[in-house]
Design a protein around this ligand. Structure first.
Ligand SMILES: [Zn+2]
Length: 314
């Protein structure tokens, strides 16, 4: 009866068969164990065999594919011409497409009022030498790349069916490999390096973490660099104007003003100290020339500070 046929009955039959064949008497239980061990070994061997076969096939395929690529490399006019053009162009490869700058705020308030633009401007001011190099390299890459693109336009065309037939090669296969080779060989220098500014604040116990990232495109970096140069220039001119204030000039101005304060009229005999003052402060673009200088006593001078009344009541 088929319905009563169970696994143990099948094994029982094998067991008896095994005994009849070898004449070795084993218990039913140890026979089952032997059988399962044998099966496991057989399956393992089989899997190993399949894996080895797969590896071997893959190895053969890769070897063949490499041979095909090598063939296209040495016979494709388009590819060879591209390599020659590549040799003619030198790009600055030390530029990175994206650079990340971190800033950690010391308080939540600083984080809330953080001004990425100002921070980046200060950063560029501090590293203006570095940014001048980066911007110059990027601009050179842009100029060179325009020439490179022009040169590439004159590359020989991709392989034709006729040419492939002459090389005794399957056209589709050849064209596919050639296209891939050419695509991979194109030079892709960094033209517009971007900057990311990430600013963050972590609360003392580390319970809260706030952060934000702002992207500065290369055009923005260029703008900020121009601003940084301008700031540096006006700072230098302020320093220059201050350096023009020589003891000789100071004496000349005091002599012109009769060695007395032009506001209150007091002089050294009244026990006041006399200063020579910029009418329009240097910090506001005032220059160190006689027409912008006057003699003031310390009191009047300090009272004035760096204020300047545009209406001329100074
Ligand atoms: Zn005075």
């Amino acid at each position: 009866m088929i319905e009563n046929f169970s696994v143990s009955e099948i094994l029982e039959n094998f067991h008896q068969l095994y005994f009849a064949w070898t004449g070795i008497e084993v218990t039913f239980k140890s026979f089952c164990l032997m059988l399962s061990v044998a099966l496991t070994i057989a399956i393992t061997l089989f899997i190993m065999l399949i894996a080895a076969l797969c590896n071997f096939v893959a190895y053969l395929w890769i070897k063949r594919q490499n041979k095909r690529i090598e063939f296209v490399k040495t016979t494709s006019e388009r590819y060879k011409a591209l390599l020659k053009i590549n040799e003619m162009f030198q790009f600055h490869n030390e530029l990175s497409q994206e650079s990340l700058i971190f800033f950690e705020c010391s308080s939540k308030q600083q984080y809330d009022h953080f001004q990425p633009n100002n921070h980046m401007l200060n950063y560029i001011c501090e590293k203006s030498d570095l940014f001048s190099v980066i911007i110059r390299m990027a601009e050179e890459n842009q100029e060179n790349f325009a020439l490179y693109t022009e040169a590439i336009r004159n590359l020989p065309p991709a392989v034709s069916e006729k040419e492939a037939a002459l090389k005794k090669y399957k056209y589709k296969r050849y064209a596919k490999i050639e296209t891939k080779l050419v695509e991979d060989a194109y030079l892709t220098p960094v033209l517009y390096p971007d900057y990311f500014l990430e600013y963050s604040y972590r609360s003392p116990q580390g319970r809260n973490f706030y952060h934000n990232t702002v992207r500065f495109y290369f055009g923005k970096i260029q703008d900020l660099y121009e601003q940084a140069l301008h700031l540096e220039k006006s700072k230098q001119s302020r320093e220059y104007q201050r350096s023009l204030m020589t003891p000789k000039l100071r004496y000349e101005i005091m002599t012109r003003d009769g060695h007395r304060c032009v506001i209150c009229g007091r002089d050294a005999s009244d026990g006041v100290k006399l200063h020579v003052d910029h009418i329009v402060p240097v910090s506001k673009g005032g220059m160190t020339v006689a027409s912008n200088l006057r003699t003031l006593c310390e009191e009047c001078n300090l009272g004035k500070g760096a204020r300047y009344d545009e209406d001329g009541i100074n």
